[in-house]
Unconditional design. Structure first.
Ligand SMILES: Cc1cc2nc3c(=O)[nH]c(=O)nc-3n(C[C@H](O)[C@H](O)[C@H](O)COP(=O)(O)OP(=O)(O)OC[C@H]3O[C@@H](n4cnc5c(N)ncnc54)[C@H](O)[C@@H]3O)c2cc1C
Length: 447
């Protein structure tokens, strides 16, 4: 069967425009040397179906990308067809029903700004530019997610094009297995999502943050305290500990531990009270910065995160979920800090706190904290020096891990558990049912 690809929107390897189209799918400055046979830039779900029929007729395996924020460019593989759905960035908000229908290419930060002006909220990712496609499929640790759940918990339905080019609307009643898989399978989803139907939340009236900066000499005290109080931290507070070699944001030219905790609440009083626990660190009087309550807006929070995550840098990440104590974690944390690349590389410990019951969905593995290492550097000549820092330090800490979260996954270099065993078995059977010929590539590694 002859199937023609959409004219002017596909690039065969070697053709003019191919390399620009390939690079445009990767935000990381380090674009892996992996080359699909053909790249298709879809404009709508019909283009998606056409591309899938073409792939089927030619026996090509398929990868999909929305915003290209996958740190290790899961979607870039050698040979096959790469389907770029970033242009499917439509967005229709129904303020009365508190729902939205968004395309996978819609950037979370753009959605957040539109919702903000309507008094609405969605737990979008912490950086500008992160598209909803990959973000929602892998779970989505967004603003206020400790309270609202991973963003995929607020997905009501998905529109999917299957390997054989069928358009399916999937929710709890229709194709419930695909709906289940779309909430947490991440790069192992066996279809192309062309729209997400979202449940929206009321915008919290108050947004603020607590900020403390400690000299690295009190690292042990701060991490021990943070692990001890973790379970007591109000779920509206997203406490994280960030260690880097310098902290340019506050003009600090030395290694430090930053404790930063955004809070979303209904009143200033509630927010203030929720943050009060952060002032109980036993070494709080040694803090170089002690700001228990700083009013914020979502826009200023985005700006602050982005200043630590500059575009154009070369990144490598790895992470783990853990319930280990500070005493057990600290040797590995110290080892990672001792060998840490210069700023903006960082170690981040997020106080999450697993919730005993969530809806039944592929997202099925979480724990007290997640610890992530972000390596970043500018010069390609430094690849050998810095690219393995995150992975090798995670390997050393593996005995303390209960799994890895897919947002910052490095499965290609360090396969790890990212879902409960029963969920993995179900994912395999959903993939076999909806993609019997294995058209879609999956995770770059798994256990
Ligand atoms: C700077 C930065 C900040 C980040 N911040 C956060 C954060 O705060 N919280 C968080 O949870 N994560 C965060 N992430 C991780 C991010 O959410 C994931 O990497 C996510 O996959 C990015 O979405 P994307 O659409 O850009 O992914 P892409 O790189 O485009 O895709 C990743 C994978 O998702 C699958 N996929 C994507 N779109 C589709 C689709 N439409 N249909 C089927 N499969 C698809 C594919 O398998 C693809 O390989 C961040 C990443 C970066 C680079």
């Amino acid at each position: 069967m002859m199937v023609a690809l959409p004219a002017g929107q596909h690039f065969l390897r070697g053709e003019d425009g191919y390399e620009a189209a390939r690079r445009a799918t990767v935000w990381n400055g380090r674009v892996p040397p992996r080359y699909p046979d053909v790249i298709v830039q879809a404009r709508d779900s019909e283009d998606v179906a056409t591309a899938l029929r073409y792939a089927g007729a030619d026996g090509l395996r398929v990868t999909v990308c929305s915003g290209g924020r996958s740190w290790h460019a899961n979607h870039l593989r050698d040979s096959g067809l790469l389907l770029d759905v970033g242009r499917l960035d439509h967005c229709a908000i129904d303020a009365d029903r508190m729902t939205a229908v968004v395309g996978p290419g819609k950037e979370g930060s753009a959605l957040a700004a539109e919702l903000d002006s309507e008094g609405l909220f969605f737990p979008t990712g912490h950086c500008t530019g992160v598209a909803l496609g990959g973000y929602l499929l892998q779970g989505g640790y967004g603003w206020n997610s400790r309270r609202l759940g991973p963003a995929c918990e607020s997905v009501l339905a998905v529109d999917v094009v299957t390997a054989d080019g069928r358009h399916l609307h999937c929710d709890a009643e229709h194709h419930p297995d695909l709906y289940w898989a779309a909430r947490g399978s991440g790069p192992g989803f066996c279809g192309v999502v062309t729209a997400f139907h979202l449940a929206l939340h009321p915008r919290p009236a108050v947004c603020a943050a607590g900020l403390y900066v400690y000299p690295i000499e009190v690292l042990d005290e701060v991490f021990t305290w943070a692990r001890r109080i973790g379970a007591k931290v109000d779920r509206r507070v997203e406490m994280q500990l960030v260690v880097s070699r310098t902290v340019p944001d506050i003009g600090l030219d030395q290694p430090a531990v930053v404790v930063v905790a955004p809070v979303f609440a209904d009143t200033e009083d509630e927010a203030f009270k929720a943050l009060a626990l952060l002032d109980t660190c036993p070494v709080v009087t040694q803090a170089l910065v002690r700001a228990p309550y700083v009013p914020k807006t979502l826009a200023t929070l985005y700006e602050e995160v982005m200043s630590n995550c500059p575009a154009g840098y070369r990144y490598a990440t790895d992470n783990m979920w853990s319930s280990a104590s500070a005493a057990d974690l600290l040797p590995g944390i110290r080892r990672a800090i001792d060998t840490m690349p210069p700023y903006p590389a960082q170690l981040q410990l997020v106080n999450w706190g697993a919730v005993p019951s969530r809806p039944d969905m592929a997202f099925s593995l979480e724990d007290d904290v997640f610890l992530t290492l972000y390596s970043s550097w500018q010069d390609p000549a430094d690849d050998d020096k810095y690219a393995d820092w995150a992975r090798s330090n995670m390997v050393a800490m593996e005995p303390l891990a209960s799994g890895t979260q897919l947002a910052d996954e490095n499965l290609g270099q360090r396969p790890a558990r990212f879902a409960a065993d029963t969920a993995m078995a179900r994912l395999d059977s959903v993939r076999a049912a909806y993609d019997p010929h294995g058209r879609f590539q999956a995770w770059m590694g798994r256990l």
